[in-house]
Write a protein that binds this ligand. Sequence first.
Ligand code: SF4
Length: 370
Amino acid sequence: MASVYIHIPFCQRICSYCDFPKRVSKTIEIDRYLDALEKEVNLYSIEEKLETLYIGGGTPSLLTISQLSKLKKIVSRFTFANKYEFTIECNPEHITKEKLLIYKELGINRISLGVQTFNKRLLKLLNRGHEESIIYQTVNLIKELGFKNINIDIIFAIPFQTIEDLKSDINHIKNLDISHVSAYSLILEEKTVFEKMFLENKISLVENEVEAKMYEIVITSLKELGYIHYEISNFAREGYLSEHNQVYWKNQEYYGFGMGASGYINHERYYNEDKVNRYIEKINLNQYPIKSKDLISIDEFIKEEFLLGLRLIDGISIKNVNEKFNIDVLEYFNEQLQFLIKNGWISITDKIKLTYEGLFYGNEVFEQFI
Ligand code: SF4
């Protein structure tokens, strides 16, 4: 079984906080890109059946009806397992009935909506292209067409966001009654509009205590609404945990296609070219569009197992790690684990997992395994 990530690196506008590999879209460029993407997929011969396929971005929902037929050709290269999860990331303002029907035809069964907030003032600050009413219309349309697996991404600790604003966002989530929520606290990334605004004193970051309070509200409110908190930032109704993202957190292998995508195959991580023209150029020379590769040593592999696995609320099975790497993990990370226990950030039974307090000190915990 295999997992595949496909990157569509185009956006209509650039969000103030975003540092993902992307650029503002031009139709001709997207067409050329999709042709190159098809060639890249053809360079690999993936015999395994796909359990998960994730089309992310950028903004994949920008693709027009004719561009979706190019995407269909690409997707037709894969064979799916009997039970599979196929996600596409969408911006609410791009969704139409026509596009959703094509998504269904392609086999897409999970829609992930970049909502971020429902608050008009904050949406403007984030430079998003939708407003509250569009989110409701879109989710209703998606449901009408029979999609059951719907995720909404939200961001908290946005500059100027108050606790009341966040509570109002959670109330909207309650009204929408969707199967999955990803809730991330805002991180000030380099080379973003927000970084520039911050350096010019136009915005300030939410204070640490307020951010922690907001995270606490997110956890308790979503749990009260019946969501399972299964990863630091992810919440799902029973039966709707993201299969694709669990591939990453469980440190399993996957193929990555497209500009700026990364993949992890045969203990090797590869990173594709992160400029569209360079990516297309290499493909047209019949070369793999890979910019760099990292062969993962066993030590790095074990560390990654912790960096990723500790994100899962269920934690890491000691028996599984010991068998996978032929080590005694309690001995291997003795110093780090003692430090984390002393601080009350992890617990150890047959599993090693973050405590409730540890959820708020993720960075400090992960530092131990870098
Ligand atoms: S957040 Fe998404 S839509 Fe906004 S610029 Fe980044 S990739 Fe594009």
